[in-house]
Design a protein around this ligand. Structure first.
Ligand SMILES: NC(=O)c1ccc[n+]([C@@H]2O[C@H](COP(=O)([O-])OP(=O)(O)OC[C@H]3O[C@@H](n4cnc5c(N)ncnc54)[C@H](O)[C@@H]3O)[C@@H](O)[C@H]2O)c1
Length: 363
């Protein structure tokens, strides 16, 4: 694999006001790229590091054409999306928005003759019938078709993957298609209805006093794996450099039940909370894990961060956000020992704090 340094490359990150896009912009800047970010909103928590940031709606072809002007690479992360409560309620508008973004972005990238095109897909493309049990086997890339994905969001992601492949076959667009599995970390949405389980449970735990009752969606026995944002960004960059054009999983294989996730967050929060299971709430598929065989065969690498370590950093960041609004209940979280991996050089971690961090060299 070529070194992860992109000095002088001109790059577009769409969805740069969002969680993963914001972190990716920061990473590409640290590698020496010139970065244009595009989104309908600015990053929610800290200013963007992008050289240029366009507030623009990518459902429109003209805006996509402007966005890709003069860039070498495109990272297409813009999407109407959210946690399970969000994506299971608005199928029509969400699907329409995302299909417009993806079809117009691919066409704009083709016309602008960009060098490389990264598409952020999702584990939601996998068939429901392979995820009906808590103890399911991890999902392989070949499981996606014959298809029976998540209604709305998953169907659109799967079709957009196909569309990217057609652009590759017919026009020679050099695509990457990556299926993210539950990415979490600091600077992610933690309130308002679009947040995902690690952030939602961290927020609830931070707001509750010791001994309080914490609502848990479903019976809590549903299983998932969660991938820390630094690993996700590292994986995105590695896959972009790999030249691999077929769909590939990017996730952790550390499977937990949602109840175990709650227990971990309670331990980090140093609180004993009583779980109250809300059985009428959406819980998504019963079990889902990433099979990383293909990822490892391509990159000789896979996500490294232990769930407990990533959650400790995430919880502390969410607690700090809530504390600023007077909403966090003690105790103040202890700084996590950030020994996720071996030290390399001084960089910025997910929270923007300068730390010793080997973002690009984890084997
Ligand atoms: N976070 C995850 O766990 C996860 C899992 C699977 C796939 N993904 C995919 O990864 C990508 C990034 O996800 P994220 O977690 O950063 O989500 P996010 O919601 O934080 O970021 C997506 C961004 O897209 C922007 N956007 C929406 N509509 C737009 C439009 N019409 N024009 C321009 N921008 C628009 C949003 O404003 C948002 O800032 C998305 O494509 C998502 O579907 C994420």
């Amino acid at each position: 694999m070529s070194p992860l340094s992109e000095k002088g490359r001109k790059v577009l990150v769409t969805g740069a006001g969002g969680f993963i896009g914001h972190h990716l912009v920061r990473r590409l800047k640290s590698e020496g790229c010139w970065v244009r970010g595009v989104d309908i909103r600015r990053p929610a928590f800290v200013p963007t590091d992008a050289d240029e940031f366009l507030l623009s709606d990518l459902r429109f072809q003209d805006n996509c054409s402007t966005a890709v002007e003069g860039v070498d690479d495109v990272y297409q992360l813009a999407a109407d999306m959210g946690g399970i409560g969000y994506i299971t309620t608005i199928h029509a508008s969400l699907s329409r928005n995302n299909i417009l973004i993806n079809s117009h972005m691919l066409e704009a990238a083709r016309l602008a003759d960009v060098s490389r095109y990264f598409y952020s897909s999702s584990a939601c493309v996998y068939p429901a019938h392979l995820q009906g049990e808590v103890g399911i086997r991890p999902l392989r890339e070949t499981d996606a078709i014959p298809a029976n994905p998540e209604k709305g969001y998953g169907w659109e992601k799967l079709f957009a993957e196909q569309l990217a492949s057609y652009f590759s076959e017919e026009y020679g667009l050099d695509v990457r298609i990556v299926r993210f599995h539950n990415i979490y970390g600091p600077l992610g949405t933690y309130e308002g209805g679009r947040e995902k389980a690690p952030a939602a449970i961290s927020r609830k735990a931070a707001e509750l006093p010791d001994g309080g009752s914490i609502p848990v969606w479903g019976d809590g026995e549903q299983t998932r794996s969660f991938c820390y944002i630094d690993d996700c960004i590292d994986g995105i960059r590695r896959i972009m450099e790999s030249g691999f054009q077929q769909p590939v999983n990017l996730g952790s294989t550390e499977l937990v039940t949602v109840n175990q996730l709650v227990d971990m967050i309670c331990a980090i929060a140093q609180k004993r909370l009583v779980k109250v299971h809300e059985l009428n709430r959406p819980q998504g598929v019963r079990g889902r894990n990433s099979d990383n065989s293909l990822l490892k065969s391509i990159l000789d690498w896979e996500p490294q961060t232990k769930l407990h370590s990533g959650l400790a950093i995430t919880y502390r960041w969410i607690w700090g956000q809530l504390a600023e609004k007077g909403l966090a209940q003690p105790p103040v979280p202890v700084p996590p020992a950030r020994s996720l991996v071996a030290p390399v050089s001084h960089q910025h971690d997910s929270t923007g704090v300068a730390v010793s961090s080997p973002l690009s060299s984890r084997h």
